[in-house]
Ligand binder design. Sequence first.
Ligand code: HEC
Length: 116
Amino acid sequence: MTSRNALNLVAVVGVLLGMPLIATATPPKGNPVAGQKIFVGTCEICHGPTGRGDSSMAGYIKTLPDLSSTKTQQKTDAELRRTLQKGHGPDMVGYEWVFNDAQLDDVIAYIRSLKR
Ligand code: HEC
């Protein structure tokens, strides 16, 4: 085998190995910076600036979750989306009519960025 063929082989194997990686590692859809703007305007009042329930509402709402926790972070994007659309428990309303799909992607990306 000439060195040139060897190089071609490396390139082909590299492409073959790389393809499934690219296919599975889909980049996150939302933009966390845009999501943070929504969060600060709409969610921070309850969830607090860091999403850990560190808000002035914490004294009134005892069930505030820590959005940076494993419990929240291990939820799938689809589960988080459903919570945002339909609400959660008696204290969090649904935002189905407030935010469109792209905005929900942004908020979910922001929630992911809170992961410890
Ligand atoms: C009025 C206060 C309030 C507002 C505003 C609010 N939430 Fe919540 N949220 C809660 C409470 C309370 C819970 C927990 C409800 C329960 O478990 O019964 C919750 C639950 C959640 C959960 C589920 C966490 C988990 O582990 O399943 C997510 C995600 C979430 N909120 C994100 C948001 C986002 C994003 C916004 C803004 C678009 C928002 N919330 C606005 C009070 C609020």
